[in-house]
Design a protein around this ligand. Structure first.
Ligand code: AMP
Length: 218
């Protein structure tokens, strides 16, 4: 099972790349932004709380987000290829909570892939998206706030994942399929490493090493 964090600023293309990954690899998908928008549409308590934060371009408090995450993750069951986390984590406490939630289930994050896009391009894309999406937060004033929140609270996660040995970055400017190719290369190279490791370890002490490899792959 491969759990992938698709990471980047608002407008970096996380949703677009997630859709393509789902189609190619059959991953499940958690977009915390989509979950919150659905709660708003359904008029739930969480939705009412979330709306204020979203319209202000601010992050929803970590405790609320972490609670939602485990529920959605568990709803997928155990029999799947892995999960793409899109829009989560956005803070270091969220990354720590994700790690702990997965560890409780004997799982982990396999890779974090950043889509790197300069701010000027992000603003252009989001303003354009706002014209069709009707999203209350895709207007110029809120976009600026969201980018500021991204740089101060979310971007430090690149270092955090780098220390975990899981950080990868892709140039998110340009052709969607080229970007997708780069993302797939990371995911595929990761699978190859595991297979290589498995064969190497299997050559030594078979029974014990099969267990080690199974743990690494799952
Ligand atoms: P997105 O669709 O991912 O751009 O998210 C839209 C908005 O939902 C964000 O600007 C935040 O207000 C909120 N949101 C989504 N995911 C999170 C998260 N992981 N932590 C806190 N707030 C979030």
């Amino acid at each position: 099972m491969k759990n992938i964090v698709i990471f980047g600023a608002p407008g970096s293309g996380k949703g677009t790349q997630s859709d393509k990954l789902i189609e190619k690899y059959g991953f499940k998908h958690i977009s915390t932004g989509d979950v919150l928008r659905d709660q708003i549409k359904r008029g739930t308590e969480l939705g009412k709380t979330a709306k204020g934060f979203i319209d202000e371009g601010k992050l929803i408090p970590d405790e609320l987000m972490v609670g939602i995450l485990a529920d959605v993750y568990d709803s997928f069951g155990k029999d799947h290829e892995g999960v793409i986390f899109d829009g989560f984590p956005r803070t270091i406490p969220q990354a720590e909570a994700l790690k702990a939630m997965l560890a409780e289930r004997g799982h982990k994050v396999a890779a974090m892939v950043e889509l790197h896009v300069p701010d000027e391009e992000l603003v252009k894309r989001l303003v354009l998206r706002g014209k069709v999406s009707g999203r209350s937060d895709d207007n110029e004033e809120t976009i600026k706030k969201r980018l500021n929140v991204y740089h101060t609270q979310t971007q430090p996660l690149c270092d955090w994942y780098n220390k975990e040995g899981l950080f990868h970055s892709v140039d998110g400017l340009g052709d969607i399929d080229r970007i997708f190719g780069d993302v797939c290369e990371i995911i595929d190279s990761f699978t190859c490493q595991l297979v290589y490791l498995s064969t190497r370890q299997l050559n030594k002490n078979k029974t014990q090493d099969i267990q080690i490899c199974q743990n690494q792959i799952s």
